[in-house]
Design a binder for this molecule. Structure first.
Ligand SMILES: C[S@@+](CC[C@H](N)C(=O)[O-])C[C@H]1O[C@@H](n2cnc3c(N)ncnc32)[C@H](O)[C@@H]1O
Length: 285
């Protein structure tokens, strides 16, 4: 089969399900992965023969796209903070707003007199936060926990592929009464989407991404934050920092809870869309 025919078949198969720009974008992403061709090379090589293996790869991708599976799961990888991460159905697909959180931490550590010596990422998923921080803070001991064995397996692979050391541990943060050690920084992007927000979400997120990574009950949406704050008060070193990614609709309640718990220096940061998305506070005894 020639490239031009492959492209035509691909577009036809998906035309009733996705806008044409999105189909073009899927096609060039998949061509780069399977054929090693950039968008320009693809346009110049319309008569190139495609191997049977690659025709099958595209056919499988079409079937998965028809089920609205995210392209990152089909590729098995995505980029985060300039690094490549494996992803699968056990891991949330890392989001751009989480890159902003990582960036905030890194910018702040550069302006501080003392560099963090130890850091814990709670609910690590693919390991995107822990691995990208470890990559950029070479003298910091980075640890990470998650309840999901499937996610931890992927996170271990991601640390290895990106050549960093991260100490992973399986832990249910909601039941755990302790952490393994004390830290200079604790960071978390915990589940924070209320059930009532499901109707605002795309079908591909709801069907394919792990529900346990995303959702909390409408009655107790700050359950993870409250538990992590209580542990942080015990396991953050004095002057240590706590960073969270947050639900834009819950920032007020979260600030009130942090004040109640005696944390200091509370600072909210908006994401590129102007939404309350990150929060930082300090443990000062
Ligand atoms: C919103 S995802 C964040 C994943 C990743 N850190 C990221 O930013 O892309 C939340 C993560 O918390 C984990 N998680 C859910 N419940 C947990 C629990 N009780 N204890 C520890 N981790 C939990 C999920 O498995 C998921 O990986």
């Amino acid at each position: 089969m020639k490239t031009s025919v492959l492209k035509l078949n691909f577009s036809k198969a998906l035309s009733s399900l996705y806008p044409s720009e999105e189909i073009q974008s899927f096609f060039s992403i998949l061509s780069e992965k399977y054929l090693g061709l950039t968008r320009l090379e693809l346009a110049l090589q319309v008569d190139k023969d495609i191997s049977e293996v690659n025709v099958n790869n595209f056919e499988t991708a079409i079937l998965r796209l028809k089920k609205y599976e995210p392209i990152q799961y089909i590729l098995g990888e995505t980029e985060f903070y300039g690094l490549l991460f494996f992803v699968n159905e056990h891991t949330l697909i890392p989001r751009p707003e989480t890159e902003e959180l990582v960036d905030w931490v890194l910018k702040e550590t550069k302006t501080q007199d003392t560099r963090p010596r130890s850091l814990l990422d709670i609910g690590t998923g693919s390991g995107c936060i822990a691995v990208s921080l470890a990559k950029n803070l070479p003298n910091c001991k980075v640890s990470a926990v998650d309840i999901s064995e499937g996610a931890l397996k992927v996170a271990v692979q991601n640390a290895f592929a990106n050549r960093v050391k991260v100490y992973f541990e399986k832990l249910d943060i909601l039941v755990s009464k302790r952490l393994s050690e004390s830290y200079d920084i604790i960071i978390s992007n915990p589940p924070y989407v209320r059930e009532l927000e499901k109707k605002l979400m795309h079908a591909n997120v709801l069907t394919h991404e792990p529900n346990s990574a995303l959702f909390v009950s409408d009655e107790n949406p700050l359950v993870f934050y409250r538990k992590i704050v209580r542990l942080a008060k015990k396991y953050l070193n004095n002057g240590g920092l706590l960073y969270f990614e947050i639900n834009e609709y819950l920032s007020e309640g979260l600030v009130a809870m942090l004040k109640e718990e005696g944390l200091k220096g509370i600072e909210i940061k908006k994401d590129v869309f102007g939404k309350d998305r990150m929060i930082k506070c300090v443990k000062n005894e």
